[in-house]
Design a protein around this ligand. Sequence first.
Ligand code: KIV
Ligand code: ZN
Length: 516
Amino acid sequence: MTKNSNHIKIFDTTLRDGEQSPGASMNIEEKLKIAVALEELKVDIIEAGFPAASKGDFEAVSEISKKIKGSSICALSRASRSDIETAAKALKDANAPRIHTFISTSDLHMKHKLQLNAEEVYQKVIDSVSFARNLCDDVEWSCEDGTRTNMDFMCRTVEAAIKNGASTINIPDTVGYSIPDEFTNIITHLVNNVPNIDKVTISTHCHNDLGLAVANSLAGVRAGARQIECTINGLGERAGNAAMEEVVMAMRTRNDMMPYNTNIVTEKLTKTSKLVSAVTGFPVQFNKAIVGKNAFAHEAGIHQDGMLKNNKTYEIMTPESVGVSESNLVMGKHSGRHAFKQKIIELGYSVNDNVIEEAFENFKSLADKKKNIYDEDIVAIIDDQVIRINDSIILKDLQVIAGTKGPQQAQINLMIEDKLNNITSSGDGPVDAIFNGLSKLVPHNAKLLLYQVHAVTEGTDAQAEVSVRLSENGKTVVGLGSDTDTLVASAKAYINALNKLIVKREKSAPAKMSGV
Ligand code: KIV
Ligand code: ZN
C-alpha cells in the first residue's frame, strides 16, 4: 500500500501493546472475545500478542490464529531467531500471518538498553528480518524509539529491512515524544531518501505521553504512511497508544482535509470500546472523544435549543455513526421468552439455550425489582451470566448488615467446587466485610488494586456494574459482577476475580518480560 493509495490500514494492538499497560492483562477467553469484536470492526491486522514473552501470550496468539479468519494476525518478536521462531509457531494456523520484529535504533536505547553499537544493531536488522521472511511472507519491521533515532541511521536500517524482505516499515514514537510537524518530517525524509520505500507500507505507532498520539499518527499519514497502529480506547503502555476510534473518526469526519478511508465499521466502535473497558476494568473517561459517555451529550440550554432546530449546529458526527443509540426502553415484566430471545440476538449475542434460559429467569427477577428495563440491562444480565460459566466458586447467598453503627457484617454462602461453605465476617464498611469473608473462604495473597462501581442505566433502581482488580505474585486479574444490589454485585465481582486467579495460578505461566 503506497503513498498514492488513500486507503489506510488499521493495525490494532489492543491485545499486545494495550495489554502491556499495568493491570490490563486479560485471559485467553477475554482476548478471544476482543479479537472477535476487532474482526467484526473489520480491523485489517490484529496484533494478538508477543508469543516469546509468556506461555499465555503464545496460547492467545495461537487460539486467535485458529479462530479469526477475516483479519491478518500479527505476532511480535524481538530481533532474535528464537523469538521469531516462537512467533511463527504461534501463527501456524493463521490465514494471513504476519511477524512483527523490532529493535531499538536510537543512540540512547542502543547504548543503555541493548548495549550494542550501531553496526551490531544494523546486522541484527538484516538477520532478524531475513530470518522472519523465510518463515512468513508478511514481515513488519519496527525501529523502536524511532523518533529519537538519528535520521541517517534510520534510513540505513529501513533500507536494510526492505532489502531483506520487510513489507511494512513501522516508525514508533515509543516514548510519545514527537510533535506532529516533526513526525511529518521524519516520514517525509524516509519517503524521499530510502530506496524502494514506495514498494512497502509505512506505518505509524504513536504513544500518547504528550497527548499527541492521534495528531502524530495523522501527521504521518499526511506524509505518506498508510498504516496506523492503534488501540481501542487508546489503551497501552503509560499514557497509551493512539486511539483507534479517534484516528478513524477524524479521517471520516474531516475527509475534506484528510481524504483517506479505512475498512472500519464505525457503528461498532462504541460496543467494542465498552467491551475493552469491561474486560480490562479500565474506565473510559466521560469526556473521551468518540466513545466517552458525554461525547454526544448536550447539557447547555443554548446547545439543546440549537440541536432541536438542526443537529448539525453542535454535532460534527452523528451518535449513530459510532454506534450510540438512544437508551432503548425494551421490555417489561410481561415480555415472554420468545421476545427475550429475539432481543438477545438483536443485541449481537449468540449464546446457547441454557444461557438464555438462566438469563431469562434473571431478567424476570430484575423486571420485578425495576420499572424500566433497557438494552443495557439485558447486556449486563447476559455478560454477567457468560462471565461466570466456568467459575468453580459461586455465590449462593449474601446477607449484609450495613449502617452508621459498625462493625458492618456479611454472612456469605459460597459453593466451592460443589461444596457449600459459609462464614460471617466483619469489616470497616459492608464491602470490606464481604471481601474479608471471601478472603477467608478462599485464601490468597492477592492485593486489591481497584474497586470500581458504575451504574448500568440512570435511576436509583439501576443495576450496578462492579469491577475488581486483584494482583498476586505479578499475576493480575479483573473480576466483574452486576446486580441491582451494589453489595451483591461487589461480591460477584470479587468472586469472579478469585476464579480467574485460580485458573492463572494453575497455568502458572512465567512472568511477562518488560522493556518492550
Ligand atoms: O512502542 C513501541 O516502540 C513498540 C514497538 C514494539 C513497536 O511497541
Ligand atoms: Zn508501543
